[in-house]
Design a protein around this ligand. Sequence first.
Ligand code: AMP
Length: 192
Amino acid sequence: MTNLLIIGPPGAGKGTQAVRIAERLSIPAISTGDIFRANIKEQTPLGQQVSAILDRGELVPDSLTNDLVADRLQQEDAKNGYLLDGYPRTAGQVEFLDGVNAERGEKLHAVVRLVADKNEVVARLLKRAAEQGRSDDNEETIRNRMDVYDRETAPLVEIFASRELIVEVDGIGEVDEVTQRILEALSGRGIQ
Ligand code: AMP
């Protein structure tokens, strides 16, 4: 059983790294952002509810997000653990996840904190906007997502630090290099 989170500012490379790390550890990488985007694309009721919120770079209400994660964690592939990418993002979500873990009779094992300079991540997001055309990758929304991160999500690092769960990794460098750093840091905590 391996229950992990990956946390860091938008553009730090969480999504890319989450998929690679999860594969190595044989657990699913679960990205709430990906789930929302898939629902928007398929025009589901949830997608219609959250589309404008994502476009503004704001957070989807905790009630919706928490239910989605609770459902996802009940799926078969998550029975041996999970790597959550982009969740939790608020103190309320941390509390909810604590409840889910308690119900499962489990706990978190580590929180990978991807560290990246703000100017660097903004540049990366603008590049991704040009390449992939994500509708929330325009300059104004990027700025808002950064503000939301600083205000709502960055403080969560303190919560996890007080639980001694933080594994800090430099997110700047080649993708392979960063993956290697994360795997080594996790292995240092007995997670492999
Ligand atoms: P991401 O792909 O993780 O950058 O997420 C893209 C967008 O989805 C965010 O800007 C939010 O609008 C929404 N979102 C993703 N995860 C969450 C979450 N845990 N809580 C609230 N909103 C979220």
